[in-house]
Each structure stands twice: as C-alpha cells, then as structure tokens.
Design a protein. Sequence first.
Length: 277
Amino acid sequence: MTVPLAPSLTLTNGVRVPLLGLGTWPMNDDEAAVTVAEALRLGYRHLDTAENYGNERGVGEGLRRAGLPREEVFITTKFNRQWHSVDGARQACEASLARLGVDYIDLLLVHWPNPDQGRYVEAFQGLVKLQEAGRVRAIGTSNFKPAHLQRLFDEGLVPHLNQIQLDPWHHRDDLLAIHHQKGITTGAWRPLGCGNAMLADPVITAIATAHARTPAQVVLRWIVQQGIIATPKSANPLRLAQNLDIFGFTLSPAEMAALDTLDRPDPDMLDADSFGH
Ligand code: A2P
C-alpha cells in the first residue's frame, strides 16, 4: 500500500514543508530505522527527530534504506540546552549532520527555550549563521511561549516555524495569534494527544463516524486544515498509512468549529518556563 504524498506549505523564506510528517519520539535507533524506511515507502516525505530523542542515527539509516534522493525528504531536528550559544548551535548542527549522515538539515530548531539559562537568543543567532552558511535551509524554535518569542523579536529575529504541543484539547490560541501576525508557521507535536483519552472524545468520534474515518484522522485533518504542520508518531504500518491518508476529505466549517470548542486546561502540560533539556 502507498498513500498520496502530503501537500506542502511554504515558509516565509520560500522553503516548502510537507504538512504531514513522521514524529519519531520515543523510538530508538533500531525502531526508527525500520519505521522511517516503512514510512518513506508509504509516502511520507517529512521526518521529525531531535538530538534528545537519541535516534538520529536510526532516522538516517531509514532514509538510506528507503533509497530516496535526499532532496525529496524534509528532515527536522532539534538541539539541547548545552548548545545555546552561537558556536554551540554550530557544533550541535555538525553533530546532527554526522549522526543523520546527511550534508544539510531542512529545519533546525532550538528544542526548548530553557529561560533559566537565558541563552536562547544566542542559540537562535547561531541558527541564523548556519542558515547563511547553507548547512540548514530553515530555522526555528520549539516550545517557545509568547515571552520567549518576544525576546527574539526584540533582537529582530523571527523563526520560520515554532513547533508546539497542539491538538483539539490544547489549542494554544495565544501563540497562534502571534505566529499569524509574524508569519511564523506552526508545527504541532503530540498531535494525537497523550494516551487514548482525546481520541475517545465524543465530539471527535461523532465526526469520525460521519466521515467513515478514524478519530486520529479527524484530529490530524483539523490540524492541517488550519495550515498547521502535524508530525504524529506511529510505529505501526497500518496507523502510519492511516495518519498520512487525511488529504482526501474535508471537515465542514461547523465540524471545525465543534472541534474548536474542545480546548481545556491541562495541569500536566509541560511548561517551557520550568521544563526543558
Ligand atoms: P503506535 O506507534 O502504536 O501507533 P505521540 O503523538 O505522543 O508521539 O503519541 C503517538 C501515540 O499515538 C503512539 O502511542 C502511537 O502508537 C499512537 N497512534 C499513532 N497513530 C495512531 C492512530 N492513527 N490511532 C490511534 N493511535 C495512534
């Protein structure tokens, strides 16, 4: 089985990113190699990894096993707090390139702002230099809250993308408004929620039944239909295919609006002011 390729959207610097990608946390190298090769065979063209996932070697191995030309696959990775300096970003990038076994990265992100350390502006300045040097095609942040983005804006810096936890139970409307205003593309991590609770939400299951789709497909469709990039993780070939197969149906305005009502407080949500690595 193969699934048609996902459509792409264009970042402010003209780089095109497939709207649906493969999340790889918490796969180890061996799982990532097998799953990435299978995902690319199915039709995935966007892979999301990170230094902290410990699986960049496996992601690179899966890419080689699939045998696709490098330029047909979009690779996102992220670096940890110890590299939050201009030269640190360069070292982190070189290390990721070596582990992945590629000679450029499509999108490199500061993984968490780590405001206690207070060096994410320098980390981002390092990303700007890497983009100028052609080692990365686009640059961004992950888990940045409005105040963290504002510090970048104050220095004249704007990420191409901010990847955040986002799903129907976690809307992040404050961030989406800022992203929209500044032309920052939004990426959604953990788009299927934590555990299976959200996928059993009766509003989601009713819409899924109406479209003869699964709850996961409805959630992913709700995300990409807003022009937000989703990177769901699955290690299961059937669910991998299902998660990519979301571009053949459309949610109505009323269905989108119904999903928009599901936001709720989450006391367990990771807070980038206190959590980071
Ligand atoms: P599996 O790999 O067995 O498919 P996260 O978004 O935090 O990475 O979590 C994704 C979780 O959702 C994984 O446990 C994954 O399990 C599961 N999952 C992925 N795709 C689907 C799907 N289409 N339906 C239900 N669960 C899914």
